[in-house]
Design a protein around this ligand. Structure first.
Ligand code: ACO
Length: 321
């Protein structure tokens, strides 16, 4: 059995926050943000949390795939910003959409999360354990951003994307490569809650994102092309036969550097970072949904999905539509 993507969906909160809006709360400018990152605006939630966004993306993906919630037997959500420590976002989504026949759990791999979740669903479906799953990437990063830190707060947005995957005799997820390097964990991190209990006498404090931007940049432009090249070599696929490289939307310049290293034009690398910023685990499924709905991916097309992020983690998946 193979794993085929049969439907996609996405959701972004209604509230648009422009670069000029941010220039009112930190010392920055539209020009600085656009030229360094390619971001023009982002959506920031003033209501829906991670699970509500994820459930809406899931509903759309099910509608797009022509299936109902009872047909789903697996829900894997990639998120770094679960509404609760427990239950998982996947269980919350299960309850919200009424997927009464499913089992749900979350995966933590930051901005690479959707690829890790897709790989897990693919392995379980290939093993014959499940028939039809929801793979979701959802993040509400605005709640863990330090809104006084201009070096990070301008980068991120909120959103969710989902794909319905199904056991199929046709080609679908052809191959996936994942990697992690825990020695570089400190380069990009967010403490969940500081230590604090009756023994320490400290009050637990919330954690915020911290990042060594240039280290992340260097890691991404080296690791992602390497990972894509290995993926294609392992699966005997020529890059020219791949229609799109759907990359994690962290920074336009990172994607440009990846294009240069792989010697492909930016026409092969669709981008929506200008409108949404970096929504972490959600960028890849949100962009995939956009391309699918615009009819830009046709049956038989091959696409590569590739992510990178905290961990450090990275991963790429070759998918036939
Ligand atoms: N507005 C204006 N000035 C700023 C801002 C801002 N928002 N942020 C930083 N600066 C200033 C700094 O204070 C610094 O000033 P100084 O020279 O007076 O000290 C100057 O700009 C340069 O700062 P750098 O951090 O060196 O800026 P850099 O050119 O590296 O750009 C950026 C920062 C955009 C984050 C870049 O390092 C980058 O793209 N890194 C990749 C990481 C990334 O995209 N992460 C996204 C999240 S992680 C992920 O998704 C995997």
């Amino acid at each position: 059995m193979r794993t085929k993507i049969i439907g996609t969906g996405s959701f972004a909160p209604a509230r648009v926050v422009t670069n000029d809006d941010l220039a009112e709360i930190v010392e920055t400018s539209d020009e600085w943000i656009r030229t360094r990152t390619g971001i023009g605006q982002r959506r920031i939630s003033d209501g829906p949390g991670t699970a509500v966004m994820a459930a809406e993306a899931a509903r759309q993906a099910m509608e797009n795939g022509g299936i109902g919630p009872e047909d789903i037997d697996l829900i894997i959500t990639a998120t770094s910003t679960s509404d609760y420590c427990f239950p998982s976002t996947a269980c919350e989504v299960q309850g919200m959409i009424g997927a009464v026949n499913a089992v749900g759990y979350d995966i933590s791999a930051a901005c690479s999360g959707f690829i890790f979740a897709l790989n897990a669903a693919d392995a379980l479906i290939r093993a014959g354990m499940y028939q039809r799953g929801l793979v979701i990437g959802a993040d509400n990063l605005s709640k863990i951003v330090d809104w006084a830190d201009r070096s990070t707060c301008v980068l991120f947005g909120d959103g969710a994307g989902a794909a319905v995957v199904e056991a199929s005799r046709e080609e679908g997820v052809i191959r996936t490569i994942l990697g992690s390097d825990g020695c570089k964990a400190s380069v990009l991190k967010c403490q969940s809650r500081t230590m604090g209990n009756f023994l320490t006498g400290d009050k637990p404090e919330p954690g915020y994102i911290s990042m060594e931007g240039q280290e992340v940049f260097k890691f991404a432009v080296k690791k992602v092309p390497e990972c894509i090249q290995n993926l294609l070599a392992d699966s005997g696929t020529d890059l020219k036969d791949v229609k799109y490289l759907i990359l994690h939307q962290a920074n336009y310049r990172i994607c440009e550097s990846i294009a240069k290293r792989l010697k492909v034009s930016m026409d092969k690398i669709p981008m929506n970072i200008e409108r949404y910023g970096n929504t972490s685990g959600a960028t890849i499924p949100m962009l995939l949904d956009e391309l699918n709905r615009e009819g830009k991916i046709k049956p038989g097309d091959k696409v590569v999905l590739a992510g990178f992020g905290a961990g450090l983690t990275w991963g790429a998946s070759l998918v036939q539509w």
